[in-house]
Design a protein around this ligand. Structure first.
Ligand SMILES: [Zn+2]
Length: 253
């Protein structure tokens, strides 16, 4: 009997040990540069190089470490009163559509990457008739400001014209206090990178025309903004933030 039990333990041990060691190794990996890992993960999601369930598992694994990193390096929660309108010098009247009608979340799933449907965000237009990415009035680039505080978790500084990717030069910024991710797309230049901690009103980019559709002459120059709430199942889902944008865009600052 004892012999049989020992034999069974010998058989089971190699199975049990690597799996717990494997879990610990995965957790350790996720804790090292979690924002850079999220950036690489998002590139795979965007390009449809990773299956939904595997991607979702990695998001679940990484976010707690990103949150920990944000607070460990001095990140501070921003109350909604401190939020800033994301296009400097412009107001809510520059948001496309009527009372938030530009927000069309139907059919959108973040894990569909570049194949995603719908328009789960808002376009904020600048004065740029000649489409040179400069404000027609000031002759200068228009600053993109971080709405809330957070940590940059993904970006694409090297978008090139002709790319099929729609976001162009984009930024994803995770706000632990909201447990959500702000997405800013089509920019001319990016001034932050994964791992950077930002505060409300910080200049993070300039408005541009990067992205498959945004680069086309039919598209007026704009910033695309989306907010993804991480739901109870750790699933990033778009949320309508028009009321917040309208509130913080009441006057240009
Ligand atoms: Zn858009």
């Amino acid at each position: 009997m004892l012999r049989a039990l020992i034999a069974l333990l010998v058989v089971l041990a190699p199975v049990a040990r690597p799996s717990s060691a494997g879990l610990a190794a995965r957790a350790f990996q996720a804790s090292v540069n979690p924002s850079a890992r999220f950036d690489a993960l998002y590139a795979d999601i965007r390009d449809q190089h990773i299956a939904r369930d595997a991607a979702r598992e990695k998001v679940r694994e990484l976010l707690p470490f990103i949150k920990q990193d944000f607070y460990a390096r001095g990140g501070k929660d921003a109350p909604k009163d401190a939020w800033r309108f994301p296009v400097e010098g412009y107001a809510a009247s520059s948001i496309g559509g009527t009372n938030g009608s530009g927000y069309l979340p139907d059919g959108y799933d973040w894990f569909d990457g570049y194949k995603g449907k719908g328009h789960p965000g808002h376009d904020i237009f600048i004065r740029d008739r000649n489409q040179d990415e400069l404000d027609d009035v000031t002759g200068k680039p228009v600053n993109v400001l971080s709405i809330s505080s957070g940590i940059v978790v993904a970006y694409s500084p090297d978008w090139k014209a002709g790319s099929i990717l729609r976001g162009g030069r984009y930024l994803y910024i995770y706000d632990p206090s909201q447990n959500g991710i702000f997405y800013y797309a089509h920019q001319r230049s990016l001034l932050v990178k994964p791992g950077d901690i930002v505060s409300p009103g910080q200049v993070i980019a300039t408005v541009g025309r990067s992205g498959r559709n945004a680069a086309a002459p039919r598209s007026p120059t704009h910033l695309h903004v989306m907010f993804l709430a991480i739901d109870a199942g750790d699933y990033p889902r778009p949320r309508q933030i028009y009321p917040d944008l309208a509130r913080i865009g009441r006057r240009p600052r």
